[in-house]
Design a binder for this molecule. Structure first.
Ligand code: AOF
Ligand code: ZN
Length: 364
C-alpha cells in the first residue's frame, strides 16, 4: 500500500470530477482530468473535451504557466507518450518542470500502456499510480472495455412496471415510466457512443434514438444501430431521420432495396439471429466505447443469454400491468433456483416518481 496523503486524495477526486465533464464529448477518447498543485493550492487544471482537442495535461499546464514548475500533477489516466492528434503529454509535463506525477490508472491504449510512466521516470520525475484506480476504471469503463476486451461496454435500458412487465401483450408501452425518468434516459444516451435497437422495436415503437437535450457545442449525436437481419425495416421508422447517423446490421443474405441510403454492415447469423458478439466487435472497431440497448424483451434477452450485458439500467414505475403483459427479458430458460441469474445492485435512486436501478449481471 502506497502512502498517499489526504491532499493527494482530494486532488485526485477533483481530477476525476473534471474528467467527467467530458462524458458527452470525448468519445472515442477517454475522459481525462488533470490538476496541478503545490500542496493544497491548485495552480492549474483542465480536462479533455473532444477528440482532436488538447489533452487534459496540456490545458492544466497552460493554465498554470510558470507555476507548473515544481508542482504535483494529478491525472486520472496515465499521461500519453505517443504523438497522435496532439503531442505526448509526458514530454509536456517534463518540459513544464513538474516534480511529481500521481496517476489513477494505466492507459490500456497500446501506444501508451506504461510508456508514459517510463518516460516520466526516465526524466527523473517521481511517479506513482493506482490512487483511486477503482473510480478511474469505472469512469472509463467503456474505453477500457473496448481496448481490453475488444467490445464496448453494453448497457441495457429497460422500463418496467412494479409487476415486472415492459409492455402490454399488444406491445403497447407508452409510457410506463414518467417524464423525469425519460429525461434521465436522455442523459445516459448522451454519454453513449451508440444507441442500439432491433427491427421489432422500430416497428412497434418507432423510436428516434436521438438526444433531445441541450448539449455542449462539441457534442455529436450517438450512432443509431438497428439490428435488422432481413433489412425489413430500412424503408420505415424515424430512426432514419434527423442529424444522427444510422447503421443497419443485417445477415449476409439480406438484400438492401435499390434506393437504400443508410450505412449497413453484414454479420454472421444463425437463421434470423445475428451473432451479437460479432455485432459488438463491429462497433468496437468503429471506436464505440459504450452501447446503450433500447429494445424489447426479445433482444434484451438475447444479449443477456449471450453473456454480453454489462449493466442494466432499469426504471421501475409504480404501476401494475397485469398478468398478460410482457416480461423484462424473454427466452431465459430457468427451471429452478440453481439456474437463476443474479445481478449485483450497484445503485438505487428515485427519479421523479420512479425508481432507477443500476445492476451488474454476475456469474454465480
Ligand atoms: C492523456 N491525456 O487528456 C487524453 C489522453 O487522438 P489523440 O491524439 O487525442 O489520442 C488519443 C489517445 O490519447 C487515447 O486513446 C488515450 O490513449 C490518450 N488520451 N491521454 O495523456 C488526455 N485524452
Ligand atoms: Zn496526452
Amino acid at each position: 500500500m502506497r502512502g498517499y496523503s489526504a491532499t493527494d486524495h482530494v486532488m485526485m477526486a477533483r481530477a476525476l470530477r473534471l474528467a467527467e465533464r467530458g462524458a458527452w464529448t470525448t468519445r472515442p477518447n477517454p475522459m481525462v482530468g488533470c490538476v496541478l498543485a503545490h500542496g493544497d493550492e491548485v495552480v492549474g487544471e483542465g480536462w479533455h473535451v473532444r477528440p482532436g482537442g488538447p489533452h487534459a495535461e496540456i490545458i492544466a499546464i497552460e493554465a498554470a504557466g510558470e507555476r507548473a514548475r515544481g508542482a504535483t500533477a494529478y491525472v486520472s489516466l496515465e499521461p500519453c507518450a505517443h504523438t497522435g492528434r496532439t503531442g505526448p503529454c509526458a514530454d509536456a509535463l517534463v518540459a513544464a518542470g513538474v516534480a511529481r506525477v500521481v496517476a489513477a490508472m494505466r492507459d490500456p491504449f497500446p501506444q501508451v500502456d506504461g510508456s508514459g510512466f517510463d518516460r516520466l521516470r526516465a526524466a527523473g520525475i517521481e511517479i506513482v499510480h493506482g490512487l483511486m484506480e477503482t473510480q478511474a476504471q469505472a469512469l472509463n469503463r467503456g474505453y477500457v472495455s473496448r481496448l481490453v476486451r475488444g467490445r464496448p461496454w453494453l448497457r441495457v435500458k429497460l422500463a418496467m412496471s412494479l409487476d415486472g412487465h415492459t409492455a402490454m401483450e399488444s406491445g403497447e408501452s407508452k409510457w410506463i415510466s414518467g417524464e423525469a425518468a425519460r429525461m434521465d434516459v436522455m442523459r445516459w444516451r448522451a454519454r453513449s457512443g451508440a444507441l442500439l435497437t432491433g427491427s421489432g422495436t422500430v416497428m412497434a415503437d418507432d423510436p428516434q434514438l436521438t438526444v433531445r437535450l441541450d448539449g455542449p457545442a462539441e457534442f455529436s449525436p450517438p450512432l443509431r444501430v438497428v439490428l435488422d437481419p432481413g433489412l425489413a425495416t430500412v424503408a420505415r421508422g424515424r430512426v432514419r431521420e434527423g442529424e444522427a447517423p444510422t447503421l443497419y446490421v443485417h445477415a449476409a443474405n439480406a438484400k438492401p432495396p435499390r434506393d437504400f441510403a443508410s450505412e449497413r454492415v453484414a454479420v454472421p447469423a444463425d437463421g434470423n439471429a445475428l451473432d451479437l458478439a460479432a455485432v459488438l466487435r463491429v462497433l468496437a472497431d468503429r471506436g464505440i466505447n459504450e452501447v446503450q440497448v433500447e429494445a424489447g424483451a426479445t433482444l434484451a434477452g438475447a444479449f443477456l443469454r449471450a453473456g454480453l450485458v454489462d449493466e442494466v439500467l432499469l426504471y421501475v414505475a409504480p404501476v401494475l400491468l397485469g398478468t398478460q403483459a410482457r416480461p423484462l427479458f424473454s427466452g431465459l430458460q430457468i427451471q429452478d433456483m440453481t439456474q437463476r441469474m443474479a445481478m449485483r445492485l450497484e445503485e438505487s435512486v428515485s427519479v421523479g416518481g420512479d425508481l432507477r436501478l443500476r445492476l451488474y449481471p454476475v456469474c454465480e
